[in-house]
Design a binder for this molecule. Structure first.
Ligand SMILES: C[S@@+](CC[C@H](N)C(=O)[O-])C[C@H]1O[C@@H](n2cnc3c(N)ncnc32)[C@H](O)[C@@H]1O
Length: 196
């Protein structure tokens, strides 16, 4: 991969510190963590190095694996080589102690988010946690003008994309026996929802 081909996310650089603080709070016990939709791999490379007690398994659709391999190779970190995981396909057996996903629920179609929650919860240990970073609406309302504009941008790219209602996400998790244990405000009108 030549330097010009390496994908880079400024947002991932900006949010990795605040996300780390939440993971440090909720993921104190050593264990296995499956990251869904790891994107460029910047989160996996940096967060896994800060949290060496976690066995960090990044995953994404096959097209994204070269970038993740690249980012993991650039710094010392304990993350495992990335796994090909399209949430519509076959999942690793698990169980995992933690599932983590950032900025995927507004990219996947709503039915796919429901599927991801169902499959993920099946692979989560009984006491495991599923942590979801991204923008959410509350009672059908945007939390900021910038999120409303972001929604328009998402829909223009693909009408199936969209910011999900926290209450809907909560209901989907509840169908699989997991409750919302924490809801952390993050910079730039994002949240981390913690289910377990
Ligand atoms: C906006 S990016 C977020 C990437 C990264 N987590 C971050 O926060 O920078 C959305 C990610 O969701 C992944 N994704 C979309 N559909 C998916 C699917 N069906 N299965 C697994 N990952 C998917 C994309 O490949 C992409 O990496």
């Amino acid at each position: 991969m030549t330097p010009s081909e390496v994908p880079f996310s400024q947002a991932a650089e900006n949010n990795k510190g605040p996300i780390l603080q939440v993971l440090q709070q909720h993921c104190q016990a050593p264990g296995t963590l499956l990251e869904i939709g790891a994107g460029t791999g910047q989160h996996a490379a940096w967060l896994s190095a800060q949290l060496p007690h976690l066995q960090w398994q990044p995953s994404d659709i096959p097209d994204n694996l070269p970038a993740i391999h690249h980012w993991l190779s650039q710094t010392p970190n304990p993350a495992k080589p990335p796994l090909a995981l399209d949430v519509t396909g076959e999942w690793p057996t698990g169980p995992f102690d933690y599932l983590f996903t950032a900025n995927t629920f507004h990219i996947m179609a709503q039915s796919l988010v429901a599927h991801c929650i169902a499959e993920g919860c099946q692979r989560l240990s009984t006491t495991g946690l599923f942590l979801v970073y991204g923008p959410f609406n509350y009672d059908g309302q945007f939390t900021s003008d910038s999120n409303r504009q972001f929604e328009d941008w998402l829909k223009a790219a693909d009408p199936q994309r969209g910011i999900r209602d926290k209450e809907w996400v909560e209901k989907e998790f509840a169908r699989h026996g997991r409750q919302c244990l924490a809801d952390h405000a993050m910079p730039a009108n994002n949240r981390v929802l913690v289910f377990g």
